[in-house]
Ligand binder design. Structure first.
Ligand code: ATP
Ligand code: MN
Length: 389
């Protein structure tokens, strides 16, 4: 970083890369290699194996603290920045995480610091799923065994980078919030947020949802294989109707089937359609599916929860941790991974970064962003099918 008219060493970054970003950064650095050192290393840093480069590239790095030596602590690489000249990089304030050592999940020993690190690590994967949507936050100030708070509004919470949305979105209430940058995630983690739940619409197009979610809620005694089969059956129905759908673990008991939409249907259309889907499944496969909420209606079955598809309803975001035993995470998966996924809690905050590293540029939800399908067009097809059965 720049300090007056000279450069200053700010420490090292050991994580946040995957193979693709490492290769990219390496190729760029090689072109800048020089013999001349532009900074003096502090005594604690070894100069062995150091390659010097001309100070031109700028990397975005999140970090928890400055050490006494003025080096970054818990630094995570977030990506290169091409919009900022290197000469403008100066010392920034640290995130100010307090109580980082507090254990929030006694079953694993995960601490608040681990959670902060997780959010910093996955922000590039998580933010696209949250950005621009109203978000509700589940806070667990005393860890997951203490009381939890489901917050739709920021209230008195000190989260300077969390963006307040237009008051008109939720008339008569405090402003809804959204999270669209890594430091807002850090603010949230500092306020003991564990889970992020989002609407099925973005703030700019609040009246036309851009997805709906079928939440498969199994009877707790049901073997996982039945949950898998249920997801495949739901997909089969949607396929037949000409709708593409995507899958994620919930970090809990079930799976979420997510259907992207092109923002042409209103809430009422989407809500009615998702209810019709659930009803159709329950009618045609009554020993597998139920379309009625409440445990007694899904004994040995799976409740297809369609109720998350009305205005204001939320579902846990992809890559959100869950405030449950082991801090599991809701993770997008490809359909052909379903066979090897053994439960809704397959991944947790410690294993998701490894999965992302292994995936590299592969996206299990490849194609999701380009889909512009509508419910209105296929709703009649479902009705016809329902009449025939
Ligand atoms: P599982 O696979 O275990 O069922 P899930 O995410 O589907 O995981 P829940 O966390 O029980 O299951 O989902 C609860 C639903 O209710 C979510 O849609 C969530 O956004 C919403 N929700 C959770 N807590 C509250 C609350 N206190 N007030 C309003 N809505 C809530
Ligand atoms: Mn569920």
């Amino acid at each position: 970083m720049r300090e007056g008219k000279t450069w200053r060493y700010a420490g090292r970054v050991g994580t946040g890369f995957n193979d693709a970003t490492l290769n990219d950064v390496h190729a760029r650095l090689r072109k800048l290699e020089t013999r001349e050192a532009c900074v003096t290393l502090p005594k604690s840093a070894s100069a062995r194996g150091v390659h010097w480069v001309r100070p031109q590239l700028v990397a975005e790095v999140s970090f928890a603290q400055w050490t006494k030596e003025n080096l970054v602590r818990q630094a995570v690489f977030q990506g290169l920045r091409h919009d900022k000249p290197a000469i403008r990089v100066v010392r920034e304030r640290a995130m100010k995480i307090t109580h980082a050592d507090r254990v929030i999940d006694p079953s694993t020993g995960f601490t608040k610091g681990d959670l902060v690190e997780y959010f910093a690590h996955v922000s590039a994967a998580l933010l696209p799923h949250v950005r621009d949507r109203p978000v509700s936050l589940v806070r667990a100030p005393e860890g997951i065994e203490g009381p939890m708070f489901f917050q739709k509004h920021a209230g008195a919470l000190d989260m300077p980078h969390v963006r307040m949305l237009d008051l008109a979105l939720d008339p008569g209430h405090a402003a809804l919030m959204t999270i669209d940058r890594a430091d807002a995630l850090c603010d949230a983690a500092q306020m003991n947020v564990v889970e992020l739940h989002t609407w099925n619409a973005t703030a700019r197009f609040i009246d036309t949802p851009d997805r709906f979610v079928l939440d498969l809620d199994p009877d707790p005694t049901l073997p996982w294989q039945r949950v898998r089969e249920a997801a495949v059956l739901v997909r089969g129905l949607l396929d037949e109707l000409g709708l593409r759908c995507f899958l994620k673990t919930t970090g809990g008991h079930g799976l979420h089937v997510v259907v992207p939409l092109g923002r042409r249907d209103d809430w009422n259309t989407v809500k009615t359609f998702s209810h019709d889907l659930a009803a159709h499944l329950a009618r045609t496969l009554p020993d597998r599916f139920s379309a009625r909420p409440g445990p007694r209606h899904r004994v040995r079955k799976i409740f297809v929860d369609y109720l998350r598809n009305q205005r204001g309803a939320t579902t846990v975001s992809a890559f959100s941790p869950r405030a449950r035993l082991g801090l599991p995470v809701s993770v997008p998966i490809a359909w052909d991974e379903l066979d090897v996924v053994r439960s809704g809690t397959q991944w947790n905050i410690a294993t998701v970064p490894e999965r992302l590293r292994q995936l590299g540029k592969d996206n299990p939800w490849d194609g999701y962003a380009r889909i512009r399908q509508t419910v209105t067009r296929v709703a009649a097809r479902l009705k016809n099918r329902a009449l025939k059965t």
